[in-house]
Design a binder for this molecule. Structure first.
Ligand SMILES: Cc1cc2nc3c(=O)[nH]c(=O)nc-3n(C[C@H](O)[C@H](O)[C@H](O)COP(=O)(O)OP(=O)(O)OC[C@H]3O[C@@H](n4cnc5c(N)ncnc54)[C@H](O)[C@@H]3O)c2cc1C
Ligand code: SF4
Length: 507
């Protein structure tokens, strides 16, 4: 068997490596062009792949590796098949890919060559595709909260022996939504970062010469690129940052791109870390020192990985390929030009986008309630928004960015899958950050030159979609507020929203 290893399958214990005759790995330039991937994201993938290939060689595997500098063209799958063709005839074995279209393309190519291919179940998935399908079959509506409770029970995480959750409740969200107040964040500890080594530097140089057109920059590149660095980053996070992670996980502050977030998503997604080892590291800290690691904080962190991450993975495989075309609200607007530069007048978006281009990173609430919220309220086309998210974040992989964008941020698959659209006016951003204090607009204003586009679009979105939204009990309060607005106010708001849509590139 020939083992094919993709850039997000860098697990030295992967079952596909067992008794394989050769390992094939390809750096395909087209993968980065197809989704116009941020330079740092591309550098992370290729550098981590080169480190992984080197570890395999040291373990005696016959690694056949195609570097970007070799200048091969063609899709990832075409290049894999052409390399496999040069090896003694054998079937292929690989982990389930993290991208539906790549899985389809491999199946098709193997069929055309009459070559057997075996997809091995992903040992890093906390809920397999089959188990998620079984969970979904039992329900008319899918809700993360119920999935998460089942996962806590199945994996026995933060549970009493009698099946009750530790602390007597499943969810400590209320304690985990604090903002900083006027004083701002105090004593933020930096996460552990890694200066580019010679391998990463070589990859960065190759990207500059072969893929100069890609967005973003590698200047601030400091991501863990191998398992040893990923383990150090995890230990540092648990030791230094986790105690503060919980209360402020939704808060935002100018000039503080990372706060107490773990920055571990890319290492987990590339399989440098197993999601369960990350969960267990957090739980073990709580067990040994509950005073330093409050249960609310640890549960808040566990929920992100055992709950949201695994739920997103399940949703993706259950709903592909329909998810990639979803557009519940029928939105068609193209992305404003400043999505690719960050230079706009809205300070919340400017801060989020500029840090995105510098670091290929923004934290969850910046992605959801700033970029995603704007995209939904302004009526941007979901596929274009999803491609943008795929391009710019270092941790983006199809199975994880797509459900986050389509289901969570844009409600593009409708109410069957997400309980309500995550929308908010500028007042939410004002409460959770200091962005509005340095902005050209005012979060409370709906009229005039300084009216906040989020606030204007928020009321306009509710009005435009009232018929769809008023059936949803979780939208009751918002729709009730809309209903008490008089016709003149609504009409002025609609005109202001139209003016903003017409001039969206200069907002
Ligand atoms: C529109 C949108 C797009 C997103 N795109 C991606 C993406 O491409 N890749 C990605 O890994 N995450 C994505 N997320 C989820 C989340 O924003 C990132 O995982 C997180 O910001 C990564 O930073 P961190 O490692 O510091 O996370 P932390 O805030 O420290 O959270 C801890 C871990 O929880 C996991 N996690 C938390 N929320 C989610 C979630 N909703 N889905 C999956 N994992 C989650 C991640 O593994 C993360 O490392 C997206 C969220 C939104 C709203
Ligand atoms: S006023 Fe509106 S546009 Fe400006 S930072 Fe606040 S929410 Fe963003």
């Amino acid at each position: 068997m020939i083992a094919v290893v993709l850039g997000d399958q860098l697990d030295l214990d992967s079952p596909v490596l067992q008794a394989c005759s050769a390992v094939v790995m390809v750096e395909a330039a087209e993968e980065s062009r197809r989704i116009h991937s941020h330079k740092a994201r591309t550098a992370l993938f290729f550098s981590a792949m080169r480190h992984f290939a080197q570890s395999l060689r040291e373990r005696g595997y016959a690694v056949h590796y195609r570097h970007l500098e070799q200048g091969h063209e063609g899709s990832l799958v075409d290049q894999i098949m052409s390399m496999v063709d040069q090896l003694p005839k054998a079937g292929l074995r690989m982990l389930e890919p993290g991208d539906w279209s790549i899985e389809q393309a491999i199946k098709k190519a193997c069929q055309a060559q009459n070559r057997p291919v075996e997809f091995v179940e992903d040992p890093h998935a906390l809920c397999s595709r089959k188990d998620f399908a079984r969970f979904a079959q039992k329900r008319s509506q899918l809700r993360m909260e119920y999935f998460y409770r089942e996962m806590r029970q199945r994996h026995r995480i933060l549970m009493h022996a009698n099946g009750e959750p530790l602390g007597g409740q499943w969810n400590f969200d209320v304690e985990n939504r604090k903002s900083f107040g006027v004083g701002g964040p105090k004593a933020v500890v930096a996460s552990l970062r890694f200066a580019p080594d010679t391998t990463t530097k070589a990859v960065m140089a190759a990207i500059e010469s072969h893929l100069p057109e890609l967005p973003g920059s590698c200047e601030a590149f400091d991501w863990p690129v191998n398992r040893s660095q990923a383990l150090q980053a995890l230990a540092h996070f648990v030791d230094q940052l986790l105690p503060q992670f919980g209360p402020f996980q939704d808060a935002m502050w100018s000039g503080e791109p990372f706060l107490w977030h773990s920055l571990l998503a890319s290492a987990i997604n590339l399989r440098l870390l197993h999601p369960m080892e990350v969960i267990k590291a957090a739980c073990s800290a709580y067990e040994h020192n509950p005073e330093r690691y409050p249960l609310a904080t640890v549960e808040g962190f566990v929920r992100q990985i055992l709950g949201w991450r695994a739920f997103m993975q399940g949703l993706y495989w259950l709903n592909m390929p329909a998810m990639s075309r979803a557009n519940y609200f029928g939105h068609q607007a193209p992305l404003p030009s400043w999505f690719w530069s960050g230079h706009c007048q809205m300070n919340c978006l400017k801060q989020t986008l500029l840090q995105t281009f510098d670091h290929a990173y923004a934290h969850h609430i910046q992605r959801l309630m700033v970029v995603g919220n704007f995209a939904l309220l302004a009526g941007l086309e979901p596929k274009a928004v999803a491609d943008w998210f795929h391009a710019v974040y270092v941790d983006a992989i199809d199975w994880v960015h797509l459900p986050n964008v389509m289901v969570m941020a844009l409600h593009a698959m409708g109410p069957g899958i997400s309980s309500k659209p995550y929308i908010a006016s500028g007042q939410y951003i004002a409460r959770m950050s200091n962005y509005c204090k340095q902005c050209a607009y005012r979060p409370a204003l709906r009229e005039g030159d300084r009216a906040c586009p989020f606030t204007v679009f928020y009321w306009d979105f509710l009005k435009r979609n009232q018929a769809l939204l008023e059936k949803n009990p979780r939208m009751f309060h918002a729709i009730r507020q809309l209903k008490v607005m008089d016709t003149a106010t609504l009409s002025k708001n609609a005109q202001q929203a139209q003016r903003y849509r017409d001039t969206i590139d200069s907002l």
